[in-house]
Design a protein around this ligand. Structure first.
Ligand SMILES: NC(=O)c1ccc[n+]([C@@H]2O[C@H](COP(=O)([O-])OP(=O)(O)OC[C@H]3O[C@@H](n4cnc5c(N)ncnc54)[C@H](OP(=O)(O)O)[C@@H]3O)[C@@H](O)[C@H]2O)c1
Length: 181
């Protein structure tokens, strides 16, 4: 991947056949292969020791168990409009996606990833600088209350892996999409 030279950024998401992404502020499935993919794609590509940025909504940040947050070896940026919101020292808060992106660029994060949830994705998709989607497609339907927005024809698929079967039994594949318009 090309390092970020402006505010360009990517989205990383796993979704089911209805674009469902979670329920009751949790993922609706257990897919360890996708967790490993997520970790690799968001961590790799550091340049001169600079870490990538992962930008997430406050609800998604709270959905990560204490033991796993902040996500290691990445600059964690939490979107919240609450100026009093408390986060651990290593975590940054931002009141808007603009200010999260500006912080990441100012701190020379080589790559910027928006990692959810639905509200954060919805904002991010409006930006022309949102140039790439990493979508893990899960070949099943789950009871969800959070959904990835319908991104219509704004992106086109540039690659997909073969369908694979998880050790949990789910069928899934990794796809990549680039902005068309
Ligand atoms: N399948 C996946 O790949 C995936 C990935 C991540 C999350 N998820 C799922 O998504 C669900 C959570 O999504 P969600 O939509 O409820 O919550 P969310 O987007 O994670 O967080 C929403 C909160 O983030 C803040 N926020 C969001 N956009 C903002 C913006 N543009 N500017 C400033 N603040 C902003 C606000 O916080 P304040 O209220 O504090 O102002 C808002 O209430 C969970 O079920 C989670 O498991 C799934």
């Amino acid at each position: 991947m090309t390092p970020v030279t402006d505010h360009s950024f990517s989205i990383v998401v796993a979704m089911d056949g209805n674009r469902g992404i979670g329920i009751q502020n949790q993922l609706a499935w257990h897919l360890p292969e996708d967790m490993a993919f997520f970790k690799r794609i968001t961590t790799d590509g550091s340049v001169n020791g600079q870490q990538n940025a992962v930008v997430m909504g406050r609800a998604t940040f709270e959905s990560i168990p204490d033991a796993f947050r902040p996500l290691p070896n990445r600059r964690n940026i939490v979107l919240t409009r609450n100026p009093a919101y408390q986060v651990p020292d290593a975590v940054v808060t931002a009141a808007s996606l603009d200010s999260a992106l500006a912080w990441a660029v100012q701190h020379r994060c080589p790559h910027i990833f928006i990692i959810g949830g639905a509200q954060a994705y919805n904002t991010a998709l409006q930006y022309p600088a949102c140039h790439k989607l990493f979508i893990t497609e899960i070949d099943d339907l789950f009871d969800c209350d959070a959904f990835f927005p319908d991104f219509g024809t704004r992106f086109h698929r540039v690659s997909d892996s073969e369908w694979a079967v998880s050790k949990t039994g789910l069928r899934y594949r990794f796809t990549e999409w680039i902005r068309s318009t």
